[in-house]
Design a protein around this ligand. Structure first.
Ligand code: CDP
Length: 253
């Protein structure tokens, strides 16, 4: 049941018991489930449920670049296509990719590029297709996280995974992982992503209002959440190989 109807937001984003409207503590992530190898026609793929967000990512490459003029003679390129299904939001979204989808595709490309060895693949492209089937805030972060997992599932050499989460402020209090309603009715939203090989931020956006002290505390909140998300990514990758191993061992006698 959507909580936002015709842009009428609730007056308070915390309940009487001090919890958020969806029952979470201030720094609690929404429930997250990840799975790899979900699309048989892709070189690598992953599926993510993050609260009410449901997102697929499929990876192809390295392969020939179309149109050819985009190819770079001295390195490969990464192309990310973030799309939201028309039925993924409360108000029907126009099917053609809009300005927001193009911007988010670019942001995700910038987040992922530092972990790839594109210099080893001249003239080719890695393509990542992201389809948001259901959206409820933080889809750029969830998409970056699931896209990194799909690249790893494709066996693309990577310096490390990339994890992403949004932190921010609602009703004057700092929180982790804003839902759609918190994103729209809150005070500040700070999506960020980390590349684990150098522990640097490859994304830091900011929308809203907060003090320097709050910003520092928010980044610490993000770091905690990013650690948890990274563990979930690693578990999802390992569980694919554990199930293959179990299948092989089960068929040995
Ligand atoms: O999804 P993310 O927070 O990265 O991006 P946003 O542009 O801040 O959008 C926040 C949320 O607004 C999305 O996750 C969707 O739930 C919702 N949205 C929508 O209802 N209709 C759109 N056309 C775009 C976004």
């Amino acid at each position: 049941m959507p909580l936002i109807i015709n842009d009428i937001y609730p007056e308070k984003l915390f309940r009487e018991d001090g919890k958020r409207l969806d029952g979470r503590e201030k720094n609690e992530l929404r429930p997250i489930k990840m799975e790899v190898g979900v699309i048989s026609n892709a070189d690598g793929s992953a599926y993510l449920e993050w609260g009410n967000n449901k997102i697929y990512a499929a990876v192809y490459g390295p392969r020939e670049v179309h149109p050819h003029h985009l190819a770079k003679p001295d390195r490969g390129i990464l192309r990310v296509f973030y799309r939201m299904a028309t039925f993924s939001v409360f108000e029907r979204k126009r099917p053609a990719p809009g300005r927001r989808e193009k911007e988010i595709s670019m942001i995700i490309t910038d987040c992922l590029e530092p972990v790839l060895f594109l210099e080893l693949y001249p003239g080719t492209a890695f393509e990542v297709f992201i389809e948001v089937m259901d959206a409820d805030g933080g889809t750029r972060c969830a998409s970056t996280t699931v896209a990194a997992l799909a690249l790893a599932d494709a066996g693309v050499p990577m310096r490390s995974l990339v994890s992403s989460v949004a932190v921010g402020k609602i009703d004057g209090q700092l929180v982790t992982d804003l839902s759609g309603i918190e994103d729209k009715a809150g005070d500040a939203d700070l999506p960020c992503a980390i590349t684990w090989f150098n522990e640097e931020l490859s994304l830091l956006q900011f929308d809203g209002d907060m003090s320097i002290e709050e910003l520092n505390e928010s980044l610490l909140n993000a770091r905690n959440a990013l650690d948890q998300i990274h563990q979930l990514q690693l578990t999802a990758l390992k569980s694919k190989y554990t199930s293959i191993l179990e299948e092989v061992e089960g068929g040995e006698d």
